[in-house]
Design a protein around this ligand. Structure first.
Ligand code: PGA
Length: 243
């Protein structure tokens, strides 16, 4: 485990204006000296980004969106949000390529365009990759990840602003996590593709399994869905990572 770890809260399509207050506990926690090395990033729905940005002012917590349109320029794209718009309200990150969006039809090519647009807008990218259960069973995980990375980052030079989030599709929201040894090897495989990659793990991270996950010493942080909506669980995950 490296000391500077990322803890990214992916709220998905959860949370209304009342849930904004839940970050206050986390803000208080983030001020404690002991956890200064934890980089906390909140990715709420678009509708809450502005509220969150106001609350985290003067803290080290950063805010991100969960997706963006591929077009950097304004245009006739009803219902879409560009990376430029996200950046303009003060967010710093965007999640791209989440498997829930890949399942809804997002291709590697589209993901590549979105990543380019996000980087050009000055956002940092949380780039999600991961194999399905069927692919795992067929033992083609490495081929799948390699393809997702190669196509997703095609012709992108500036990779330092890209964090890779390895999220096996079968572990998202299921309570299942990979075997420690498998996870260690997969993360190593991703880091061999580019030694500079920071690689996070995502998929059913919770206050119980974090004790196992934190022992895998090549992980640079966690992308946390369900458990991040509860500030106590989210804080617990961070505390246990360092304790
Ligand atoms: P989960 O979601 O922690 O609820 O499994 C993770 C994610 O989809 O990013």
């Amino acid at each position: 485990m490296t000391n500077n770890m990322f803890f990214i809260a992916n709220w998905k399509m959860f949370g209304d204006f009342r849930s904004v207050n839940s970050i206050k506990k986390v803000i208080k926690f983030s001020r404690s000296k002991k956890f200064q090395k934890a980089q906390i990033i909140y990715c709420p729905p678009y509708t809450l980004i502005n509220n969150f940005i106001k609350l985290v002012k003067n803290t080290k917590i950063k805010i991100g969106a969960q997706n963006c349109h591929y077009s950097q320029r304004p245009g006739p794209f009803t219902g879409s949000i560009s990376a430029n718009l996200i950046k303009s309200i003060g967010a710093n990150y965007v999640i791209i390529g989440h498997s829930e969006n890949r399942e809804a039809g997002e291709t590697n090519k589209l993901i590549n365009l979105k990543i380019k647009s996000a980087l050009n807008s000055g956002l940092k990218v949380i780039f999600c990759i991961g194999e399905t259960f069927k692919e795992k069973r067929k033992k083609v995980t490495r081929q799948v990840l390699n393809k997702q990375i190669k196509l997703g980052l095609n012709k992108i030079k500036n990779k330092k602003d890209v964090l890779i989030a390895y999220e096996p599709v079968w572990s998202i929201g299921t309570g299942l996590i990979p075997k420690p040894n498998d996870l260690f090897n997969t993360i190593n495989f991703i880091k061999q593709i580019n030694k500079k990659f920071k690689v996070l793990y995502g998929g059913s991270v919770n206050p119980e399994n974090i004790k196992k996950l934190k022992l895998i010493n090549n992980i640079d942080g966690f992308l946390i869905g369900g458990a991040s909506q509860n500030p106590n669980k989210f804080i617990d995950i961070i505390k246990k990572t360092y304790n």
